[in-house]
Design a binder for this molecule. Structure first.
Ligand code: SF4
Length: 258
């Protein structure tokens, strides 16, 4: 997909956040070529006015300079309104330059859907406290096209997770968005439990995903739509999910609910 790149400069690159498990976020990009239809950051498209989500990316070209000689206390998360390894990163290398310049004692957590992160293993290895998470959700075929048209496949993400792990880098699986009937949690755990150091699970946040995504779900997956809209059915689903996770014995930070 053609993507418009808007090059800007920022005043600050560490932003305070209320996200679970993080104190600061780094968003060297705003916007994302992975173009997930459920993306919770889609609201930025309205705010920025550059066009539909996925068609543009704002790149903060001075981000690598802004992290130089900076120390922040607490956990730093990359990124909250973009993916640090989205396609444009291949050419711009902002993430790579940031990793070069960051204080290697920083407590850094990166979440991505792309195996492009493998390019930076040499730098990741220099950090004392770094982890890389991969969004794993088993969407394939029609669902992959509808929900995550621009990102590498789940299999590529699992393979990348394996390679990072083999290189001594801590990895986690972010199982998200959990949509009843469309995600096989047991299969995901089977595929990743020898690799992932721990798991996050997250139920779909329909409000964050927006009306268009709700409409896709209603039209294409009415049974899933019904479960997420019916209090009792939803509670039963989450109960079952908790049991499945508990029985699997994997280490988890729990199920993120919204
Ligand atoms: S990869 Fe993340 S930031 Fe990018 S579109 Fe998908 S959900 Fe949004």
């Amino acid at each position: 997909m053609d993507q418009r790149i808007i090059k800007t400069n920022a005043k600050e690159i560490f932003t305070k956040t209320n996200l679970p498990g993080a104190d600061y976020v780094i968003n060297q990009y705003v916007g994302c070529g992975h173009s997930c239809s459920y993306c919770y950051a889609r609201f930025m498209a309205r705010w920025k006015g550059y066009g539909n989500w996925g068609t543009w990316v704002e790149a903060k070209m001075n981000a690598p300079e802004l992290v130089k000689n900076r120390r922040v206390n607490g956990r730093v998360f990359m990124s909250s309104v973009s993916d640090a390894y989205q396609p444009v990163e291949k050419a711009l290398e902002l993430t790579r330059e940031i990793l070069k310049n960051l204080d290697k004692g920083i407590n850094l957590s990166i979440l991505t859907k792309s195996d492009l992160v493998l390019r930076d293993i040499d730098l990741l290895k220099q950090f004392k406290n770094v982890e890389v998470g991969f969004t794993i959700n088993s969407f394939e075929g029609e669902e992959k096209k509808l929900f995550e048209p621009g990102s590498p496949t789940n299999n590529k993400r699992v393979d990348a997770m394996k390679i990072l792990k083999a290189n001594g880098i801590k990895v986690f699986a972010f199982v998200s968005p959990i949509i009843p009937g469309l995600i096989d949690i047991e299969e995901i755990i089977r595929q990743t439990n020898k690799i992932a150091d721990y798991y996050w699970f997250e139920m779909i946040n329909l409000r964050g995903a927006g009306k268009e995504f709700s409409e896709i779900l209603r039209q294409k997956y009415p049974e899933s739509y019904e479960i997420v809209h019916d209090k009792q059915l939803f509670a039963d689903y989450v109960d079952e999910l908790r049991k499945t996770i508990k029985n699997s014995g994997v280490k988890t930070k729990g199920i993120e609910m919204h």
